[in-house]
Design a protein around this ligand. Structure first.
Ligand SMILES: O=C[C@H](O)COP(=O)(O)O
Length: 247
């Protein structure tokens, strides 16, 4: 069985003072978590949060990573730069990057490769829009998104994390039902299994309005190995409850 991973995605939220207060409350309530825990913070706060998490059970994650190693790419942050700050995970292909920044499957796959090359675990986000779900394309969309990464990383597929995030459930309060989520997770698990005999060790997280009230039911599904949590990760007590539900 895969050890569950609960990852918070702060998105573009926070300040020096707010980050310090949130992490202090989290660390105070955390104890020895029965699952892996991470927080994905805005790039500008990676140094601050690295210092605050030193020696703790919470791993540091980035929300994105460049597809380039270095050079004239204004505004980008490379995987080796993130690694300098002990970043352990990086989200790649979050739907907000795909939607607002035009990130393609090929670009996301390159980002996953760059993260792996720097010793960072990519959390590969996949998910369908409402229109795609209503058109019966959910399975085809998530399989296409994941296939690009599987093809690019080859044998390193066992080193990735996958996050299924139905776009219609993100920040909307509309969670996929445990059965809806499990059905897609089973598809992703089968795709991973076809790529590697070791695929069972790849955590497949669910993201999309997961909260303190629904986490336990979602996390009880056989192929849901954790969560990628946006809004609820900004409230320490809610995030702690989700971590407890995963333990
Ligand atoms: O990365 C996190 C997901 O986008 C979910 O966000 P949410 O929990 O606010 O719906």
């Amino acid at each position: 069985m895969v050890k569950k991973l609960i990852a918070g995605n702060w998105k573009m939220n926070g300040s020096l003072a707010a980050n310090e207060a949130l992490l202090a409350e989290l660390l105070q309530g955390l104890g020895q978590p029965g699952c892996d825990v991470a927080v994905a913070v805005p790039a500008v706060y990676v140094g601050q949060v690295q210092a605050l998490l030193q020696g703790s059970a919470i791993a540091l994650a980035a929300q994105d990573v460049s597809a380039h190693d270095g050079g004239a790419y204004t505004g980008e942050v490379s995987a080796p730069m993130l690694r300098d700050f002990a970043v352990r995970y990086a989200l790649v292909g979050h739907s907000e990057r795909r939607q607002y920044h035009g990130e393609t499957d090929a670009l996301v796959a390159t980002k996953a490769q760059k993260a792996l090359a720097a010793g960072i675990t990519p959390i590969v986000c996949v998910g369908e829009t409402l229109a795609e779900r209503e058109a019966g394309q959910t399975e085809a969309v998530v399989k296409r998104q994941l296939a690009a990464v599987i093809h690019a990383v080859g044998a390193c597929v066992t080193e990735i994390v996958v996050a299924y995030e139905p776009v219609w459930a993100i920040g909307t309060g509309k969670t996929a039902s445990p059965e809806q989520a499990q059905a897609v997770h089973a598809v992703l698990r089968a795709q991973l299994a076809a790529a590697s005999t070791q695929a069972a060790k790849v955590p497949v997280l669910y993201g999309g309005s997961m909260n303190a009230g629904n986490a336990e039911q979602l996390l009880a599904q056989p192929d849901i190995d954790g969560g990628l949590i946006g809004g609820a990760s900004l409230k320490a007590q809610d995030f702690l409850k989700i971590i407890a539900a995963a333990a």
